[in-house]
Ligand binder design. Structure first.
Ligand SMILES: Cc1cc2nc3c(=O)[nH]c(=O)nc-3n(C[C@H](O)[C@H](O)[C@H](O)COP(=O)(O)OP(=O)(O)OC[C@H]3O[C@@H](n4cnc5c(N)ncnc54)[C@H](O)[C@@H]3O)c2cc1C
Length: 243
């Protein structure tokens, strides 16, 4: 489907916010595949950062050819987009004390999740390398802690170190970010025996379970088996995935 671009602008160093007219209803943690134009053959996957009525927002970092092309798109241009795809975060009514933890460009899908959680006590922990983004929007939904690796904003260091002593009363953890961060989140969840869902990133070809590019190892009753990040995920129970 072709969707009209409402806005595409840089919100932090190399980080862009793209708003599209979009008539599907996504769940938090799902993603869309976008044809970024030029001679990029494969669509690129991006998590849904927000959704309101007929507007969908993604927040992306310029990395290679596809995201560079995307950064040049202007209001009223159209983009070929498929989705929403994948299995997103499960939202449970029974949990009141929730920790949402994200790192870098793993942070965007957690905004849509935080909006949907409506938890009594929502702690939001956001880790950046240096420049921050989306922090003021997260503040609408819970108590936000920020860390940056260079100390530019918030506490200096990794976000997983900043929340270590804060887990005892948490009912569930939701995480998204780089693999090393997710490993640390998974370890913390296991140590304190807290249920935890994480969104995993793998290179993807099709986004609909056909090409098998995004297979990831998961634990089975006996041994291991492979699941497709695009279709079975990107969100999995942390105890299930091998990172
Ligand atoms: C489910 C999912 C959600 C994502 N959500 C976001 C998001 O919200 N914001 C954001 O900035 N980035 C997100 N990414 C990563 C984003 O898809 C890549 O940064 C982007 O595809 C890079 O494309 P490129 O052409 O600029 O870079 P190149 O490196 O030139 O891409 C070459 C190829 O590798 C693939 N690729 C490169 N890096 C990744 C990666 N990290 N994950 C998957 N495929 C990759 C591209 O799709 C392309 O096919 C997500 C990835 C996945 C799997």
């Amino acid at each position: 489907m072709e969707y009209v671009v409402r806005e595409n602008r840089e919100i932090s160093n190399g980080i862009y916010r793209l708003e599209l007219e979009f008539d599907e209803i996504p769940m938090p943690g799902q993603f869309v595949m976008i044809n970024c134009g030029g001679n990029t053959l494969l669509k690129r996957p991006f998590s849904i950062c927000d959704h309101d009525a007929d507007k969908l927002t993604i927040v992306y970092q310029v990395k290679g050819k596809g995201t560079y092309n995307l950064s040049k798109v202007k209001s009223l241009d159209t983009l070929e987009v498929t989705g929403p795809h994948g299995h997103g975060f499960d939202v449970f009514d029974k949990f009141n004390n929730i920790l949402v933890i994200g790192g870098g460009v793993g942070i965007p899908p957690l905004l849509f999740l935080s909006k949907k959680l409506k938890a009594k006590n929502l702690k939001i922990a956001l880790g950046f390398k240096s420049n921050v983004f989306l922090v003021d929007e997260f503040q609408k939904y819970g108590d936000v802690i920020v860390t940056s690796e260079d100390g530019n904003t918030g506490m200096k260091g990794y976000i997983t170190d900043a929340i270590k002593d804060d887990i005892k009363n948490i009912d569930i953890i939701y995480g998204c970010g780089p693999k090393q961060m997710l490993k640390a989140v998974k370890d913390i969840a296991e140590k304190y025996d807290v249920p935890c869902q994480i969104s995993v990133e793998e290179h993807m070809g099709c986004g609909i379970g056909a090409c098998m590019t995004c297979a990831c190892e998961t634990k089975a009753d006996v041994g291991f088996h492979y699941k497709k990040v695009c279709q079975d995920g990107p969100v999995f129970w942390a105890k299930e995935v091998v990172l």
